[in-house]
Design a protein around this ligand. Structure first.
Ligand code: PDD
Length: 275
């Protein structure tokens, strides 16, 4: 596949980054993942806004929106991609030597590639998740490439036969290792507020918009582990998983273990909006 690196289009084996890149040494960088359906990037503007925000938060000068729009379009075209995930990564850049404090005039390292995406045109089968303590840092609103906490939690969840952890801090649910959560209780849609403890998922934003269109009552408020028994439905969202029903939380069966009615309505509205 063809990838983009610092102004060049290269075969992936040809693309090389300095060992003194701050992304490699310190995880000093930001990323973004954009789904592409039938050659069209989905909700690209929202992804670019989030990218801009994350870059600004860590002090990287950001390229223009035009730059990103052209980059994404050319990446899709060069790889003749129909359905894929576009991955964008920007790091603080490479230095002459390792130093915690960024020094001198750094040129950000900009990298982009695409990877295959399995598009769900039907609601997927309910999956299992595992409740785990959210051990990550306090700025999960920044889409940092530093994902060690997320990876450790993902592996723990996988060891329990779950596709994702369901993370909490002192009993208060945050998100997954790479997704957001929604619960349904007595017909009402509940999801944790987009504060500094979660990533404001673009799929999350879109599902909230669809819920409003479908006139589903929605509350963005903290939800707690001790409420899990009472939820009628639970689902997770992300750019790669779209709307994924959850049928089991550790040993707890959610509802009757099948995809719930509200989840199905939202998943179908989501699929329809991709066309
Ligand atoms: N992950 N929360 C976290 C911690 C995430 O890493 C992601 C996305 C989400 C969902 O965001 P969105 O709906 O914008 O994809 C929530 C991406 C897909 C990844 O790391 O590959």
């Amino acid at each position: 596949t063809t990838v983009y690196l610092n102004g060049e289009w290269l075969a992936s084996e040809q693309a090389k980054v300095s060992v003194f890149d701050r992304g490699f040494l310190f995880s000093d960088g930001i990323y973004e993942v954009v789904p592409v359906y039938q050659g069209h990037p989905f909700l690209l503007e929202l992804h670019l806004q989030r990218l801009h925000r994350s870059l600004t938060e860590i002090g990287i000068q950001t390229p223009t929106e035009d730059f990103w729009n052209n980059l994404v379009a050319e990446l899709i075209q060069r790889n003749a991609d129909s359905d894929c995930l576009v991955y964008i990564q920007v790091t603080m850049g490479a230095e002459a030597q390792r130093s915690h404090l960024p020094t001198g005039d750094l040129q950000p390292t900009i990298f982009a590639c695409s990877s295959p995406l399995h598009v769900h045109w039907q609601v997927p089968q309910p999956a299992k998740v595992a409740v785990l303590d959210d051990i990550r840092w306090q700025r999960c609103d920044i889409k940092s490439i530093s994902l060690l906490g997320n990876i450790m939690l993902k592996r723990k969840a996988a060891a329990r036969g779950a596709i994702e952890p369901l993370l909490h801090r002192d009993g208060r649910i945050t998100e997954g290792a790479s997704c957001n959560y929604f619960a349904v209780h007595q017909g009402k849609l509940l999801t944790p507020p987009a504060d500094h403890l979660i990533l404001a998922g673009i799929t999350r934003t879109w599902v909230l918009h669809l819920a409003q269109q479908l006139q589903i009552d929605t509350v963005e408020e903290p939800i707690y582990v001790n409420q899990l028994h009472h939820f009628d439905e639970l689902f997770l969202t992300s750019s790669s998983r779209e709307v994924q029903p959850v049928g089991q939380i550790d040993d707890i069966i959610v509802g009757n273990g099948q995809c719930g009615e509200v989840t199905a309505r939202l998943a179908e509205a989501f699929h329809a909006s991709k066309r």
